[in-house]
Structure formats: structure tokens, C-alpha cells
Design a protein around this ligand. Sequence first.
Ligand SMILES: [Fe+2]
Ligand SMILES: [Fe+2]
Ligand SMILES: [Fe+2]
Length: 396
Amino acid sequence: MSMIFKVNLFSLLIDLTSACELTELAVANHSQRVAYIALTIGRILGLSEKELENLVIASLLHDIGISSSREKLKIADLNVDGQEIIPHCVRGAELLKRSTILAEFSPIVAAHHDAWTDQTDIYSPIIHLSDRAEVLIDKSSYILWQHHSVIERIERLSGTIFDPELVAVLKHLAAKSSFWLDLTSEQYKKVIAEFTSDQFTYLTFNELESIAAIYAEIIDDKSRFTAEHSLGVSRMALALGTKVGFSDDELRLLKIAALLHDLGKLAVPDEILEYPGRLDHKQLMIMQQHPYYTYHLLDSLGPEAEPIRNWAAFHHEKLDGSGYPFGLNHTQLDTGARIMAVADITQALREDRPYRDKLSQQTINQILMTQVRSGKIDEEITHLAIEIMTSQSNLD
Ligand SMILES: [Fe+2]
Ligand SMILES: [Fe+2]
Ligand SMILES: [Fe+2]
């Protein structure tokens, strides 16, 4: 029987969305705050537990279609043109459709900026209102200096953009300053955590892989240079895993690890990922944080998925201990981790970079063998990778 993963889907989505929001201070924890407002409104409306769970998940996912920091900031502005809002709703809905477990949230995300009269589900009007209220808060000023004006601006749109019944609920909540202080003092995180802490979902390989594939696409889309990187690494890792005789379960763990290996890049600013040249020392230090984030972003996957987290996060470690961020050595790097390191390097060398075009097969082989000779990567796996690339180029 194939493996089943016991996962707190809420924790996983909280981690993934906060990683996406980490690079811009103005939108930090936006989705979690929206989830808090939505949950509070939903409770007053008397939604069932199941409906509240759906509301929280949809709130966490609502902006999943935003890829660049630029777009994030634009959408955080209430005066933004309607035309500029639509793409992230469409894209978010498209992404979610691909996951068996998240597909039911696709229509909600599609509608999350529509006027209430066009919204047909119970969740999107709540998310829309919560989202705009959150966006109206000036994070650089005291909340109790501004909460009246936030409500005033929302009220002006009541009946046209927002459902008047929901605006009335928000207004009722807004009368208590604790509602606003919870939202700006990090208390909201505790409210969400209490609601979600013991909620576990059992995911099959396919379900976990479908979530991984969505995030792989978000990661790859952050830069045109890495447009196919995670996919490419997963292909090479699978080919290598097959050659070394991995079992079916191991191969599937390896594939998911490869799809998620650069997850931590969500927390790297676009300017660095897209920098048109070689990175300077400071930029490089920021870039090199990414496998550390990958490791901790995958913590919430639980013990069954430990190989996924480790293989994904150890892809910049070297056998001689000179890699980052953990400085592990050959005694700590198992076959899966070694495969991931080789697959990542080979795929990167086959892609264009801002400062160079993709390299020829001969140059790639030379670079790989230099790394083998200096004790950085696994010799046998490297030979297998060269073999795989040679047979692929013979097919072209
Ligand atoms: Fe949005
Ligand atoms: Fe939003
Ligand atoms: Fe990486």
C-alpha cells in the first residue's frame, strides 16, 4: 500500500502563504489577517465548523495567484483599477483547479474581488470584505487612530461592492477596540492557531504531489530564468532515483522533494532573483537563505514526509561539508540528498542565467567532474547524470 501523510493542512498553508508574503513588509501576513477577520465574521454569522474551516482555507489561499512583489503592492491599494485586479483572481483559480484537494476553493478565489451581487458562494463576499478592510489599515500608524476611517470607507461601498449585512457585522465588531488590537498585535495568529491546531488531514501521495506542483509553478514563475527549473530538477531526480533502484514510494518522495526544493525562494525578493548579473556578496547571502526556509516551510508536513523535507532542503549541501545552510557532510547526506544536489546543479547548468547562456553538454560534464574531484558531489550519481544527459541528447 502506498504511503499516507498526516498533515495539518492549515499549518502548511499558513507557512506557504506567509513565505509568499515575506518579501514585502506592506503585505506581511496579509492572508492570515484576512483569515482572522473572516473567521470572526463567520462566527457571528453562525457558520458551521466545516464552513468556518473552508472559510479559513479560502482566506489563506485567496491571493495565491499573485506572483511578483510588484503585483502584491498594487493590489494592496484600494484605489487600484478593476482591470489590474482580475489577473490574480483568474490565475489563482487556475492554479487551484490542478489540485484534487484544493480545487473546491477555485471558484471562491475566482470571485474574491467581485461585487457582492455577483458572488454566488457564501465565502467570497466575506473574504472580499475582510481583504479590503485589512488593506485599508495603514501598518505604519496606530490602529486606534484610524479604525473609524477604515469603517467609514467600507460603509461607503456597502450595498454596491459589499453585502450590507456583512458590513453591519463588521461594524458591530469594529465597535470593540480589542478586535483591531488583536489584528495588529499578532493575537490574530493565536486565534487562527487555536482554531486549526488539532485539525489533521490525511493526504495521499497524489494529493500531496498536487499541492507541491502548484507551489513548484509559483516558485518557477518568480523568474523567467527558472521557468522550468523545479520541473527539470524533478525529471532528473526521478531518472537518477530509478537508476539507483529506489522503490516506488522513494521515487514519489523524491519527486515531491524536487518540486519543492527551491520553496524558500518565495522568501527571496524579486530584485535578487531577477538581478541581471552576478550577485554581489550581500545579495548572495540573501539568496543563500533559501534552503533554510525550504527546510522550515516543510516542517508542518509531519514525520512521514521527513525525507521530502530533508532531500529538498539539503540540495546545496556538499559532501565535504562546505555547503549551506547546515554545513552537513558525507556522513549525513544520504542517497536522496546526493541525487537532489546533482539534479539541481545539472538542471541549473542547462538553463540560461541573467549573466550567462545555458552551457554546452561538454562544459556541463567538465564542471560536474571538477566538483566530483574536489569531493563536493557524489561520483557515482554524477556519472549516472552524465549518462542520462548523453542518452537524452542522442534522442534530440
Ligand atoms: Fe486579492
Ligand atoms: Fe488579498
Ligand atoms: Fe536552490
